[in-house]
Structures are given as structure tokens and as C-alpha cells.
Design a protein around this ligand. Structure first.
Ligand code: MOS
Length: 739
């Protein structure tokens, strides 16, 4: 099905099942431990041996020799494959760093060996006995220091001259020089780790030249293709199975070393191998969100209208890597006739920087939305009103191109009302309660809505059961449930009549889980397949497909009604299709919006920040399931708190690695850090986005939260911190005297 014109009325609009706050259908499996994750697929294949990965102890240079004799002599050791046993393996299409093979070391903890043994402890012990000789080279590890050599890159990551790469509208410099009120500040965000609960893990088994991996991936088809490229196989000789994923956040979008090394280990040992990256290997072996240094300039008239806005971002990555697109939202969020956005990319020899939840907007909004708070204060305008004053309903770079829907103003107004924003004292440091300095902050939320081709197969059995098959993943997001809801709505049956099978490369290729495009795109693919199945049902039952309706387990037309199962009584009906998106996403700007509001209390003695309450009001098209969507948003808000207050990979700038590479040193919020969170969804349906009229919501909940927290801390203390995370050491000096 091609989706090229805005959606008309369709069966999803009935909202009998879609749009309901239903429990996750996989919930009972997960809470009782019966949803097997990759490392627990004990039954998938017999005779599994254990693999353990050895990571490089240098950040840049070459492996000169690897001495494995002592390791091989340990009892239980079945095979050892070192990086010197093969040439550098080709990179998958989505990979920046090489994953294995050859002597070259590109980053710390790059995989350099896999040990396979009968038992896990034997494999780990043996890996520790491998002695490695390196020829170490100097590397570039300090983003600020490498900024001078950074290259201009455009939003697609293409390098060029500044004239080609920078995005300009009007005359920024002229308008900024003329502006009555201006701001010119620099903000920094640190390297961050996905810190998903389930580490990267794979079981691999060979059958002749055919490889199966039971793994943990967000993108089944990307992994199949890139694993085939890396190992020199045909894609059809690789099967990927990933029905349950314990979080990804972008860290499992692209093929990783666990899959490659499980496959190589299994081939060498001649039997299936399971392995997981140990938690302390994840931060440096895999990818991370790159640090940024962002300069923002805003000029406005005394009336508060922005006349000039510039956002320039510097980030770093390995050679052939990508920039963090932190300026993305600044192209679209606020009005202003004169604009400049620019990115610079420095070469660093740190581990690969790549997508982490809301790449671009998450760190970009952390900077922009503090700048907006500062600007509002300089103008003497309430920060909510300042944003509303500068709302735009069209693309600021192209007045002929409107947003498909944009209810930012409503999000902000409704948020302010519900939160009691009117009670906030605009003068910082005034609201004292015992030892606590209290304050409120807010920020706009913004994340673009992407749409991606997505396929599905739907079966109707003689028992009336509808089975959906797609390689879509559920990374903890609720995919199983919203896909079941979609099929139930389309086929006119209850949720209990629907089975959903996900994450298998034998199923049609879906959008996968990423970029908050999965929910809307994957359900739209299921919608397309169900349209075909409805046609097949109608045909078999002798109905005219155009006027047949599906409901209560029956198909009806005129005064004739037949049980749906009848259509498959003689033979199962199978339909397959995919949704393909035309140029609607070019003709209209599709984005999602939120108002984020936060109240904090900062300890006047220690500078420790405690959250008191959080509110997000979101406008993100039709909400397919308010319960799973809310869970996405509160999870994202929690991640925003982490980014604001604690998350930071500390770079060892001498040796080039992330020092705090486990969950003891890399802090993320826990339950005790998170107070009351309230989430409100505006009642929307966006016919431009898909037949589902839904949009992404999983990343929106993060974008803006960090700045809302930082702005609340400023309101509480009067200390403006522009370098994340806002830890107590950055506040202490500036706190009011304690008397
Ligand atoms: Mo998201 S960073 O595209 O998983």
C-alpha cells in the first residue's frame, strides 16, 4: 500500500480497540520470567558452549602479537579466535567502527578475541590469560581541543565547505547585530551511555553454511544484512531472531560485536555459542551518544519577537563517523526571519559515537531550551509566554510548507495551567523551605516524526484466530500490544483472538524500532496487510469488499452476516503487504510537541538536587494505547532527569576511554530519584502521518526535559549551569549564603 495522500476515514477510526489503555499482552510473560531474552534461549539450540569477548587495552594503535597458549591449556577451553587470525572484516552499512579482525585498533575495548569454553567461568578465566602485545599510538580524545580541526558537515553528515554545509535563512549576522536584546552562550553536553538493562547478547549456531543468531536487536533486517556483509555470507543464509529485547535506546540499532563473535566462536568450536558483553565492556565496546559543544545566539526586539537565531554544534567521532545533529530542532521550533544552523565534526579516537534515544534533539534541546529561558529572563517575559510569542505554524525556512499539525501552544498553555505555573516566582532563589531552595522550570518538547516502510503478514485460521507476523521488534515499548490492537480493530475481533509474532527475519521486513518511527510505521504496515486480508475474506465469503464491515467476529454487508472464521474454514487465509510512504513528509513538516514542567528542591547546604514533580503535556497524533504511550513518556522523562543531573561518561583524555564504564560509576536515575510524574496527551489524529493517524512518542518524552530541570534549578538557586550534568559541584560556589 502506498500512502501518498492524507488518510481518509478508515476502520481504525472506530477506536474500539486502538486507543484503549490496554495492558501489555506480553506483560504476564515478562513479570513471570517466561519471556526469554537472548542469553536465555536455552531451548533454541542444543549443546550451547559459552563465549567470552576480550577487549583491547589501548585506544589506538596495533596488536603486534597475541599469546594464547596459557588460555588454550585451561580445562574446558574449546576454541580461541583472535583478531590476528583473520583480516579486518568488512563493515556493515550502518557501522562506523570495524567490529573485528586485523591488527588495527580504533578504540578502547574493541573486540580482539573470543574464547569459547564448556562453562562461562572457564571462558572468562581463559580470556584473562591471553597476553597481548600492542604498538600504541597517540590518539585524539579531547573534543574541545580538536575543535579547531573540525570539518563542516550538513544534516546528512556530508562534509563540505561551510558554505555548503551551513544552513542559512536571511542575514543572521546583520539581524543579530541590530537586535535590541541578545544572548550569546555556549552549552555542553557530555558523552552518554545507553545503559539499557539487557546487555548485548547473542547465541549463534551454524548448520552447514547457514547461520542463525538468537540475539537482542532493534533492527532485525539491518543486522541480517550487516552480519552477512561482515562474514561474507548471503543474507538468505543468515537468520536473526529477537522476540524480546531488554531495552536498546539506539545502542542495538546497528550490528555489534556480540553477534559477530558468537558466530566466529561457534564456527571455530564447531558447536553453538552463547555470549553476552559483560557490563563493563558495553560503554567502550559499543556506541554512545557523543558529547557536544553548542553555541547559541538569539536576538530579539523588546517586544520579545526573535529576529535572529543561530545554533552551532561541535561533536566528534571516529573517521567516517557522523555528527550529533543537535541543531535539528532549531531549524523548526521558533519563528525568526534570520537563521543559521551549522555543525562541525572533529575526528576523535574514542569509541564510536552514534544514535542514542532522540539523537539530535535530545542534546540539542538541552542547550536551546536553556538559551530560551535565559533570553526570556533578559526580555523580562515569562518563559512560557516567550515561547508562545515565537510559535510558528510553518517551516521558518519555507513559509509554503506547514506543519501537518502543531499544537505546541496548547501543550504549553495546558501544561502551565495544570502545573500551577502562575505560582512560580520569576526571581530566582526566593522560594525557601527550610534547608531547601525550591524552583520551577519548563521547556518546550520537540522531536521530528519519521516514517519508514514497514511490512507484515496476517493469517486467518479456521479457528478465527488472526496471527500477525512481522520482523518488528518490541524493545520494551509495547509493540506486541499496539500491533495486536491494530489487527483486532481491522479484523473486527477481540484482542484475545489475535496472536503477534515478532522479531524473526523469516517474517516480512518492518520499520524496526528506532527514531520513534516504529510504533506508527509498524502498525501502518499491519494495517496495510489487514486491508488485503479483509479483501481476501470478502472475496471468499462472496461479499463486496467495499461495503463489508468487520465487527464482533463477523463480516457484515446489508443484512447478511457471516462469522469471520467461516472465511478460513476450508483453508487458512494469508495476506501480506507493506506500507510505503510517499512525499507527504516532504510536503508537510511532521513533528511532535510537548510542554515539560518540573519542580525541584536544591539543598542549600550541599547543592544536591531533588525532583519534586514533573509534568509532560504531549501532542503526538493519535495515541494508539495511552498506557504503553505513557510508559514510554515517563521512561523518557526519567532519562531526561539522568541527562540533567547525573549521566556522564568521563573521558580519560590520556588513554582515551570512558572511565566509569559500569552501572556503579555511570549513574542513572533509580526509583528513589523520581517523584510524581504526570503525562497528558492532547486528543489528536494526524491524517498526514499514516493511516493510523499516529506519530512517534517514545523520544518526544525526553526532548526538553533536561533543560526544564536545569531551568528549575536556576529558578531555585540563581545559579545558571550551562554544562551538563548539573551536579552539585557546579552549584555550590554560587548558592546563597547559608545563615
Ligand atoms: Mo533510536 S536512538 O533511533 O533507537
Amino acid at each position: 500500500m502506498k500512502f501518498e495522500t492524507p488518510a481518509a476515514a478508515n476502520p481504525i477510526d472506530q477506536m474500539k480497540v486502538v486507543g484503549r489503555p490496554l495492558d501489555r499482552i506480553d506483560g504476564p510473560l515478562k513479570t513471570t520470567g517466561r519471556a526469554p531474552y537472548a542469553y536465555e534461549r536455552h531451548d533454541a539450540v542444543a549443546n550451547q558452549a559459552y563465549g567470552h569477548v576480550l577487549g583491547a587495552g589501548i585506544a589506538k594503535g596495533r596488536v603486534v602479537a597475541m599469546h594464547t597458549e596459557a588460555a588454550r591449556a585451561l580445562p574446558g577451553v574449546l576454541a580461541i579466535v583472535t583478531t590476528l587470525d583473520m583480516p579486518q572484516l568488512p563493515k556493515g552499512k550502518m557501522n562506523t567502527a570495524f567490529l573485528f579482525g586485523g591488527a588495527e585498533i580504533q578504540h578502547y575495548h574493541q573486540a580482539i578475541a573470543v574464547v569459547v569454553a564448556e562453562r562461562f567461568e572457564q571462558a572468562r578465566d581463559a580470556a584473562a590469560l591471553i597476553r597481548v602485545e600492542y604498538a600504541r599510538e597517540e590518539g585524539r580524545f579531547d573534543l574541545a581541543a580538536e575543535g579547531h580541526a573540525a570539518q563542516p558537515v550538513d544534516s546528512d553528515g556530508e562534509a563540505g565547505s561551510a558554505a555548503e554545509a551551513d544552513d542559512r535563512v536571511g542575514d543572521f549576522e546583520g539581524a543579530f547585530a541590530q537586535a535590541e536584546v541578545t544572548l550569546d552562550e555556549t552549552y555542553t553536553t557530555p558523552d552518554e551511555s545507553h545503559a539499557m538493562m539487557e546487555p548485548h547478547a547473542t547465541i549463534a549456531a551454524w548448520e552447514g553454511g547457514r547461520l542463525t543468531i538468537w540475539t537482542s536487536t532493534q533492527m532485525v533486517a539491518w543486522w541480517r544484512r550487516d552480519l552477512a556483509i561482515t562474514l561474507g555470507l548471503k543474507p538468505e543464509d543468515v537468520r536473526v531472531d529477537s522476540p524480546y529485547v531488554g531495552g536498546g535506546f539506539g545502542g542495538k540499532l546497528f550490528l555489534r560485536a556480540d553477534a559477530v563473535l558468537a558466530a566466529l566462536g561457534a564456527r571455530a568450536a564447531g558447536r553453538p555459542v552463547k555470549l553476552a558483553l559483560a557490563r563493563p565492556q558495553v560503554a567502550n565496546n559499543t556506541t554512545h551518544r557523543p558529547a557536544t559543544i553548542q553555541r547559541i545566539r538569539i536576538g530579539a526586539g523588546r517586544d520579545g519577537r526573535i529576529t535572529a537565531i543561530a545554533h552551532e554544534s561541535l561533536s566528534g567521532d571516529l573517521p567516517e563517523g557522523q555528527p550529533e545533529t543537535a541543531v535539528a530542532q532549531t531549524k523548526l521550533l521558533y519563528a525568526g526571519a534570520n537563521r543559521l544552523t551549522a555543525m562541525r565534526l572533529a575526528v576523535l579516537d574514542l569509541p564510536e559515537g552514534n544514535s542514542m534515544r532522540a539523537p539530535g534533539e535530545a542534546p540539542g534541546m538541552m542547550a536551546l531550551e536553556i538559551a530560551m529561558d535565559e533570553m526570556a529572563e533578559r526580555l523580562g517575559i515569562d518563559p512560557v509566554e516567550f515561547r508562545i510569542l515565537n510559535d510558528t505554524q510553518v517551516d521558518p525556512a519555507d513559509a509554503g510548507r506547514s506543519f501537518s499539525q502543531r499544537q505546541l501552544v496548547r501543550c504549553l498553555r495546558e501544561g502551565a495551567e495544570r502545573f500551577g505555573w502562575a505560582r512560580r516566582n520569576p526571581v530566582p532563589g526566593q522560594w525557601r523551605e527550610g534547608r531547601w531552595l525550591r524552583g520551577m522550570g519548563m521547556a518546550a518538547g520537540f522531536r521530528n516524526n519519521l516514517v519508514v516502510t514497514s511490512g507484515a503478514r496476517v493469517r486467518l485460521g479456521a479457528d478465527g484466530i488472526v496471527t500477525v507476523e512481522t520482523d518488528m521488534t518490541d524493545i520494551g515499548t509495547g509493540s506486541y500490544t499496539i500491533i495486536a490492537q491494530t489487527a483486532a480493530e481491522m479484523m473486527g475481533v477481540g484482542l484475545d483472538r489475535v496472536r503477534v509474532r515478532l522479531g524473526d527475519s523469516d517474517f516480512p521486513v518492518s520499520a524496526g524500532s528506532g527514531g520513534q518511527f516504529g510504533g506508527n510505521s509498524a502498525t501502518a504496515g499491519v494495517y496495510a496487510a489487514c486491508v488485503k486480508l479483509r479483501e481476501a475474506v470478502a472475496q471468499r465469503l462472496g461479499f463486496n469488499a467495499a461495503d463489508a464491515t468487520f465487527g464482533e467476529g463477523e463480516v457484515r454487508s446489508g443484512n447478511r452476516r457471516v462469522a469471520l472464521a467461516e472465511a478460513a474454514a476450508r483453508q487458512e487465509l494469508v495476506a501480506e503487504d507493506r506500507i510505503e510512504f510517499g512525499d507527504l513528509s516532504k510536503r508537510f513538516q511532521q513533528s511532535t510537541f510537548a510542554g515539560h514542567f518540573v519542580e525541584v528542591a536544591v539543598d542549600a547546604f550541599t547543592g544536591e538536587t531533588r525532583l519534586r514533580r514533573m509534568l509532560a503535556v504531549c501532542a503526538a497524533g493519535r495515541i494508539l494505547n495511552p498506557k504503553t504511550a505513557r510508559s514510554q513518556v515517563i521512561g523518557a522523562m526519567t532519562m531526561g532527569v539522568g541527562a540533567a543531573l547525573m549521566e556522564e561518561l568521563h573521558v580519560d583524555k590520556r588513554h582515551g576511554f570512558f572511565v566509569n564504564h559500569d552501572l556503579a560509576g555511570y549513574e542513572v536515575p533509580v526509583h528513589a530519584d523520581i517523584p510524581r510524574q504526570e503525562v497528558v496527551f492532547l486528543d489528536e489524529a494526524d491524517p498526514v502521518s499514516s493511516p493510523m493517524k499516529a506519530k512517534g512518542v517514545g523520544e518526544l518524552g525526553l526532548c526538553g526535559v533536561g533543560a526544564a530541570v536545569a531551568n528549575a534549578i536556576y529558578n531555585a538557586t540563581g545559579v545558571r549551569v550551562r554544562d551538563y550534568p548539573v551536579t552539585l559541584d557546579k552549584l555550590l560556589e554560587g548558592l546563597p549564603d547559608v545563615t
